[in-house]
Ligand binder design. Structure first.
Ligand code: FRU
Length: 496
């Protein structure tokens, strides 16, 4: 039986979706049906497909009472829209179905675990928001909330942990079939912690241990955790609020970080060894991963930042999109990410150049466009150069620039002239590994997004660029002389 709220959301989509044309959307990145989206949720394999849910407010382009939207794909590139999966329609989640995740049960049904939010007015008049963990079970399209919800509340928490900031369960199954979940929480000192919970059946849960905590060092509240083995280590991803800037590694505000270390699963002990940013761009938050049947750890994130969520194109019918799913690995102890290999199945027309001498602004015939996958390799032509610039989404008025300075090993992406008319951050600098003046820049563009992968995924940097699509020129510049190789593919979605 569909609740009234869920029926209303589904009908709303049915009524208004036909008014949004494909040309208004990115070609291969996930968007919500209509209205607002944020975090990816329930990114998982189920019945031979990859499912993705997302935080969804269909009724406006602003954040509101959270629903779960739903899409499905067989290759991470072409997505099929499914009906809205969850609506805020019970006592315990009446103010929102916040972020969560999904696994398959032994009986073949899919279990969603999410944060149910309800607000209560205290005696002194102040509104308090309680966050609890809830589950729903379904067949990949329709889901029913469990009658025993919520399955975890403030009562399950030890002393010093908060029932008000207790959210975003990421669930997985152990080899013995049991269930575990990590959940974000705020502790006594006002900063975040990631807690582990355990269950035999996915419905009855208990507190287990603290995986790691922040002590106000990397931001404050830690949102949207994920926890998984990666290349012999264990990775803990989380998205901290209120980060302090530190060098070129961490910028102020909403961040997303990866803590790597050792996980003793028997003793339930995580030993943190390293901490790094996940993405060095502006528009990346709340990543979540899944494990593919062929053993790849694939990550997707909200391609936005909360600080820029008011920077919306005029007359947009929807707001927000997801990043391209990325394959994760560790190299020299650092997180490496590259576009899912399935993207190559859509490589269409190819244009390639080798060893082009660039010492002033240069265009290369056939190298332009806004839906593309392009790799640019740069090396010094003789003596060391001062800088190299790659300009994209460019015409006489607009441009977004990626600049590499070999003397300081920094990449700067500047979207100040991309067309966003808001006084927000438009520039990011980050460090790359020195390679004697060589650098490899892979740029994936899908109309209004730019995802940059440096040196085979050693750094990723993600940006929304609301530039008119007619600005599709690409140019190369250098102070000094460089030799440039370019391999550019248009993406052709009729191929597969
Ligand atoms: C992160 C977040 C989550 C929460 C959701 C609400 O972006 O704040 O912690 O579950 O968004 O929409």
């Amino acid at each position: 039986m569909l609740s009234e709220e869920l029926r209303k959301a589904r009908e709303f989509e049915d009524q208004y979706l036909p008014y949004i044309s494909d040309a208004e959307r990115p070609a291969f990145h996930v968007t919500g049906g209509i209205g607002w989206i944020n975090d990816p949720n329930g990114f998982s394999c189920y019945k031979g497909a990859y499912h993705l849910f997302y935080q969804y407010h269909p009724y406006s382009n602003q954040w509101g009472p959270m629903h779960w939207g739903h899409v499905r794909t067989s290759d991470f590139i072409r997505w099929e829209r499914l009906p809205v999966a969850l609506a805020p329609d019970t006592e315990y989640d009446r103010n929102g179905c916040f972020s969560g995740s999904a696994v398959e049960l032994d009986d073949g049904r899919q279990l969603l675990m999410y944060t149910g939010v309800h607000r209560v007015r205290r005696e002194d008049g102040v509104m308090q928001e309680f966050q609890t963990q809830c589950v729903a079970v379904g067949d990949g399209v329709d889901y029913e909330k469990y009658e025993g919800n919520p399955v975890l509340t403030g009562r399950n928490l030890p002393e010093g942990f908060s029932a008000l900031d207790f959210r975003d369960p990421k669930i997985w199954r152990e080899a013995d079939g049991s269930f575990r979940a990590v959940v974000g929480n705020r502790t006594d000192d006002g900063s975040g912690a990631i807690l582990l919970f355990e269950s035999g059946d996915g419905f009855h849960w208990h507190y287990s241990t603290i995986i790691d905590r922040c002590h106000n060092e990397y931001g404050r509240m830690w949102e949207c955790p994920d926890f998984f083995p990666l290349d012999g280590k264990q990775a803990l991803l989380t998205s901290p609020q209120e980060m302090a800037a530190l060098g070129l590694e961490f910028h102020a505000g909403y961040g997303s970080i990866c803590l790597t270390g050792e996980w003793d699963s028997e003793a339930r002990k995580f030993t943190r060894e390293r901490v790094q940013s996940i993405d060095y761009g502006i528009d990346f938050y709340a990543p979540q991963t899944l494990l593919t049947p062929d053993g790849r750890r694939v990550m997707i994130a909200w391609m936005q930042s909360w600080s820029n969520a008011h920077c919306q194109p005029q007359n947009a019918r929807y707001f927000g999109e997801m990043t391209l799913p990325r394959e994760l690995s560790l190299r020299n102890g650092r997180l490496v990410q590259n576009p899912v290999r399935e993207l190559a199945n859509y490589h269409g027309h190819r244009v390639a150049y080798e060893g082009v001498l660039v010492n002033r602004e240069t265009n290369m015939p056939g190298v332009s466009g806004r839906i593309l996958d392009m790799t640019v390799t740069v090396r010094p032509a003789g003596t060391m150069y001062q800088w190299f610039k790659l300009n994209v989404a460019k015409d006489g008025e607009f441009a977004t620039t990626i600049r590499y300075k070999p003397v300081c090993n920094t990449v700067r992406v500047d979207r100040s002239r991309c067309g966003i008319r808001h006084d927000v951050v438009h520039v990011r600098d980050f460090l790359v590994r020195p390679r004697g003046g060589e650098i490899k820049l892979r740029v994936v563009m899908d109309r209004c997004s730019l995802e940059l992968f440096v040196n085979d995924g050693e750094q990723a940097a993600t940006f929304i660029v609301y530039t008119p699509e007619s600005a599709e020129s690409i140019s190369f510049e250098a102070e000094g002389s460089v030799l440039v190789d370019v391999e550019k593919y248009d993406l052709d979605f009729d191929r597969v």
